[in-house]
Design a protein around this ligand. Structure first.
Ligand code: GDP
Ligand code: MG
Length: 453
């Protein structure tokens, strides 16, 4: 895996939090220190490291965990969120509009432009696009042959002219032919350094081609030195994103990734090997998640998102007891149940309710059905949502038409609502305390041991 060492240290750090008894300032300081150490070893710039860990520390000391999360869980969430922000926060959306859409790769010698051009061609070909590769590298001998060979491996046509010395002319000579494709990936010439000559060449190409995207290809083994290079290209070459290559072969990748993020140049893809399939779309959330050991984290984040507050649970249970139960409540409950698992499992945890027999549909809520119901409900008036009893046959027809669904879908939702209401009546037999308990279980995701979400 990429950045093994950094991942190992970060996971160790999180494990220490998990096994700690208290979250106190001492633990937070230890956490911050070990994150600092891990990032510095991955060649992340010292100032960036301190900025990041200060943010983590400040938040950890100041913020209270939302209900549903323990202090420890919340601490892990903070680390995750700040690391994601550190690496650029969101996945960059790549502009593939236009016919053809054009994507130009720029960078210094040996950074991996030609190889990534072929990798990208395969990546987008797999996604159903018609791809052409164009070689405008008139600088390096045999540049065209290298791309041609790669193109043959993936069955993508390669355009260019090994005898022509003017990259603009190569583009113009092929422009008409290239219009037949969805995406044209352009491999350009590099230099030893970002010289004036290279800037001018790339600028001319940019003016003529007007590419949708210009990706700087940069090698991860530069570590934090990637910042200067990214900055310079960013200022002079219209780049819209960065591809960091050779990330699998260096411990300095953390430096390269964070250095690019700090210049405002989004990392779009990462190259993780010499083979054509060794390319990954870069997504800060997924990347950090994997570094930290995704499995646990996903569950944690989901839990945090779903947690309804204790107050909300109390409010809902009070309204239910008064019989104020409408379609919106039903929908919310269905959604909660879908996430929590079968209702009967939850009921078992609440004394007195385990004997109630529930209708089968109530126990298995499917995602598709919820979506349909969401449309149906969007097509209802506020009055109808709050008091479904007023929904007549004519109204059902109107709602179905508006929702683009069938009359049966609307009826099914109403049936579900009536069953829910009946259930509430049964609950009414139970005490208010039990009811509150039940609702809180819904919200908190507290499940019996061995029960998987
Ligand atoms: P260019 O001069 O920018 O066109 O670079 P090339 O595409 O010719 O690549 C230079 C060298 O880097 C080649 O030996 C490639 O196989 C290698 N390379 C490219 N991408 C990766 C990568 O993600 N990982 C590794 N380990 N090597 C890579
Ligand atoms: Mg090349």
């Amino acid at each position: 895996m990429v950045l093994d060492k950094l991942g190992d240290s970060l996971r160790d750090t999180l494990r220490n939090i998990a096994s700690a008894i208290f979250v106190d300032e001492k633990l937070i300081n230890e956490l911050v220190k070990s994150i600092q150490k891990a990032l510095l070893q991955a060649d992340v710039n010292v100032n960036l490291v301190f900025e990041l860990t200060k943010k983590i520390k400040d938040r950890a000391l100041k913020e209270e965990p939302p209900s549903g999360l323990t202090k420890k869980e919340y601490l892990i969430k903070i680390v995750y969120e700040e690391l994601v922000r550190f690496l650029g926060e969101k996945e960059k959306k790549i502009d593939l509009s236009g016919k053809p859409s054009t994507l130009m790769l720029v960078g210094l010698f040996g950074s991996g432009k030609t190889t990534q051009a072929a990798k990208l061609a395969k990546f987008y070909k797999k996604r159903g696009m018609r791809i052409a590769l164009l070689c405008t590298d008139t600088w390096r001998p045999a540049a065209y042959e290298q791309l041609k060979q790669l193109g043959e491996q993936i069955d993508v046509p390669v355009f260019g002219n090994p005898k022509e010395k003017n990259p603009l002319k190569i583009y113009r000579d092929n422009e008409k032919e290239l219009k037949k494709f969805d995406l044209v990936i352009i491999d350009t010439a590099g230099r030893d350094a970002l010289s004036k000559e290279l800037i001018e060449e790339l600028d001319l190409l940019h003016k003529t081609i007007k590419p949708n995207e210009v990706f700087l290809v940069i090698s991860a083994d530069l570590g934090q030195a990637a910042e200067r290079q990214a900055q310079k290209f960013h200022e002079t070459c219209h780049i819209t994103g960065v591809i960091i290559t050779k990330l699998e072969g260096t411990a300095k990748g953390g430096g390269a990734l964070s250095a690019c993020a700090v210049t405002g140049a989004n990392v779009t893809f990462i190259g993780v090997g010499e083979k054509i399939d060794d390319l990954e779309k870069f997504n800060p959330q997924g990347f950090v998640g994997r570094l930290l050991g995704m499995g646990d984290l996903e569950a944690l984040l989901e839990k945090a998102q779903e947690a309804i507050t204790t107050e909300e649970a109390e409010d809902l249970s009070k309204r239910l007891l008064k019989g104020e139960f409408n379609l919106i409540d039903l929908y919310e409950q269905m959604e909660a149940m879908r996430k929590m698992g079968p209702l009967n499992k939850i009921m078992e945890m609440v004394p007195g309710f385990s004997q109630i027999q529930l209708p089968k549909e109530m126990l298995q809520v499917q995602e598709g059905k919820l979506k349909k119901w969401r449309h149906v409900m969007n097509s209802m008036t506020k009055a109808e949502l709050e008091d479904p009893e007023i929904i007549s046959v004519q109204r059902i027809e109107r709602i179905a038409r508006g929702a683009g669904s069938s009359v049966n879908d609307v009826r099914e939702l109403l049936k579900q609502y009536r069953q829910g209401k009946k259930l509430i009546k049964m609950f009414k037999g139970g005490s208010e305390k039990n009811m509150q308990k039940l609702m809180q279980q819904f919200g908190r995701g507290k499940l019996p041991p061995g029960f998987k979400m």
